[in-house]
Design a protein around this ligand. Structure first.
Ligand code: FAD
Length: 349
């Protein structure tokens, strides 16, 4: 959706063909943290996109609200890491990318940052500027933006195959018709690998993530907290997300009791007050998994007019805004604002 909007804004006539409802898959299901979890564990190519996106989101959220009337709830709630084991790596990452990172070794200070934090936690890394966005609102705003800007789309229309003649893209085929296009961008998340037959394929596979949501009081929990791989995301209206699982079980989105128990246990360990809150909802989404989390943002080397913007794994929201800028530059044959080499089909992902 972001790719389509970016290309439309650049003057391209765009048609989005979506198998389900617009934005109904991973982009709906995610947590919307505008940062990779443990960003220092990722390559520069991932961080470059993330840091660029962070500068785009405030303006983008405003534009989307203006176009759609929907507030995506982009808020700067900060992110508190309760683990100090990776402090040297985190500090060197923060220096490199000029991110405000504070090392907290005082129990009183850490509980001032998040008063609901478990008393068993007395130190951590505090990143006050990390933002979050509320995914269902983001996709709703995107759809509203499509309406406002006149971006055409079909929902409930699966693309069955690409139409390629003599190495040149001609369009896509669906059950209800073939749509001609001189350029096609594959941006179908976890489902992106199936479209291309090439000696080096798009190595994207689904990685299921389950999430639970508590119904809480607005303002009770203020900060996003990440502890031993589990995170808490408090929304503006008091709801609190706790995630997430990492499951390689194919294209299956079943939610499980095991995940409920595990996510609840981990969440209560971080914020004991969650123990008194009801779990309102549980869901699963399929992340477009790549081995190193480096997305494909590239043209296809063997099919003229075919492009790929997929494989953002755990970070598709935070990487998305910068990815689509790069994608549009590539599609339009412009000079690129970032080095595109790490995102090419033949690069390591
Ligand atoms: C539990 C969870 C938590 C997450 N938390 C975060 C986070 O905090 N921050 C962050 O940045 N990222 C997060 N992510 C990752 C992020 O959500 C994804 O990387 C991102 O949404 C991927 O976007 P996408 O557009 O590539 O894929 P999707 O949103 O999955 O969209 C792909 C679309 O392609 C459509 N499609 C598939 N096949 C076809 C076809 N044949 N024809 C037509 N349409 C088709 C699908 O229906 C789908 O709507 C999380 C993900 C999950 C599951």
């Amino acid at each position: 959706m972001l790719t389509a909007r970016e290309l439309h804004k650049a003057g391209v006539e765009v048609l989005v063909i979506e198998r389900g409802p617009l934005g109904g898959e991973s982009s709906w299901a995610g947590g919307g943290i505008i940062s990779p979890l443990y960003p220092w564990r990722y390559s520069r190519s991932v961080n470059r996109l993330a840091e660029t996106s962070k500068t785009i989101y405030p303006g983008l959220a405003q534009q989307l609200q203006h176009e759609s009337g929907v507030d995506c709830e982009l808020i700067s709630s900060g992110l508190l890491f309760t683990d100090l084991q990776e402090q040297p790596q985190a500090e060197s990452w923060a220096r490199e990318w000029s991110v405000d990172l504070q090392v907290i070794t005082d129990a009183h200070q850490i509980h001032e940052i998040e008063p609901q934090l478990s008393t068993a936690i007395d130190s951590g890394l505090w990143l006050p500027d990390i933002m979050q966005i509320r995914n269902p609102k983001l996709v709703k705003a995107m759809k509203g933006s499509f309406e406002a800007l006149g971006i055409k789309y079909f929902e409930h229309t699966p693309v069955q195959e690409l139409v390629v003649e003599a190495g040149v893209i001609k369009g896509v085929k669906t059950a209800t018709g073939t749509y001609a296009a001189d350029k096609v961008v594959i941006a179908s998340g976890a489902w992106s690998a199936g479209f291309i037959k090439h000696e080096k394929n798009v190595a994207v596979e689904p990685v299921k993530g389950q999430m639970i949501m508590f119904r809480g009081e607005p303002g009770l929990i203020k900060r996003m907290v990440l502890s031993s791989g589990h995170y808490i995301i408090p929304r503006k209206d008091g709801r609190v997300l706790a995630g997430s699982t990492l499951e390689r079980t194919g294209f299956d989105k079943t939610i499980t009791e095991d995940a409920t128990v595990e996510l609840r246990r981990a969440a209560v360990e971080i914020i004991p007050a969650l123990d008194d809150m009801e779990i309102e909802r549980q869901w699963a989404g399929l992340r477009p998994g790549t081995e190193q989390g480096i997305p494909y943002i590239c043209s296809h080397p063997a099919i003229e007019g075919l492009y790929i913007n997929a494989g953002h794994y755990r970070n598709g929201v935070v990487l998305g805004a910068a990815s689509v800028r790069l994608m549009a530059e590539i599609v339009l044959g412009q000079s690129t604002s970032l080095d595109p080499a790490p995102y090419a089909l033949d690069a390591a992902h």
